[in-house]
Design a protein around this ligand. Structure first.
Ligand code: GTP
Ligand code: MG
Length: 196
């Protein structure tokens, strides 16, 4: 399946404002600036489907994209951005947890982490929440183009080892929007979760 016909549907200020909980939804989560919006654009082969930015915290709204009828991709605002007030960070973190726990149509979670700084506390929290509700996870180690192939493999192996204790359905792959690396792995996973 190719995701090139994916188009924007709507934005929601928070999880309570999302459309009806029907069909199949797959969400992209990760720290601010991890490359979520870029990965969506790369997957769909569109330059500006999701807005990307050098400024962390660019995506403030939850953006919903339609792949086909009742099949949606969700670009979540990044977490962990230092400039956001503590209170807002806590609120968003709580909301994310609730979304993972209560959104019935959510069938898989893509967690994006900069390959140079993976598995920060909040990343681990996201993975833990997903595992707790039996949600399969694909961890994409983004910006893999920033590392030489030896260092890239070392990071990949390190993260694969580190997630074993979570005992969940978790796959880890290297990814680069710049070099189009790992896009096939992402597509195969989405096909599986969407039943395509
Ligand atoms: P928020 O919406 O703020 O949470 O960020 P995001 O996770 O959506 O990140 P975004 O896709 O906007 O990318 C953040 C920055 O990283 C931008 O400057 C991108 O150009 C850059 N970037 C994203 N993917 C890659 C990649 O594969 N390689 C390199 N070198 N840079 C990347
Ligand atoms: Mg974004």
């Amino acid at each position: 399946f190719n995701y090139h016909k994916t188009h924007f549907v709507t934005s929601a200020p928070d999880i309570t404002h999302l459309p009806a909980d029907i069909g199949i939804e797959i969400a992209f989560a990760g720290r601010s600036n991890a490359g979520k919006s870029s990965a969506l654009n790369t997957l769909t082969n569109q330059k500006s489907l999701a807005r990307t930015s050098k400024t962390p915290g660019r995506t403030q709204l939850i953006n919903l994209f339609r792949v086909e009828e009742h099949l949606h991709l969700v670009d979540l605002p990044g977490y962990g951005y230092a400039e956001v007030p503590e209170e807002m960070k806590r609120k968003w973190q709580r909301a994310l947890g609730e979304y993972l726990q209560k959104r019935d149509c959510l069938r898989g979670l893509i967690v994006l982490m900069d390959i140079r700084h993976p598995l920060k506390d909040l990343d681990q929290q996201m993975v833990q929440w997903a595992v707790d509700v039996n949600l399969p996870v694909l961890i994409l180690l983004t910006k893999a183009d920033k590392l030489a192939s030896g260092a890239r493999k070392a990071q990949l192996n390190m993260v694969r080892e580190a997630i074993l204790p979570f005992q969940g359905d978790i796959q880890v792959e290297a990814f680069s929007s710049l070099k189009k690396l790992g896009v096939d792995k992402l597509r195969i996973k989405l096909d599986e979760w969407f039943n395509l």
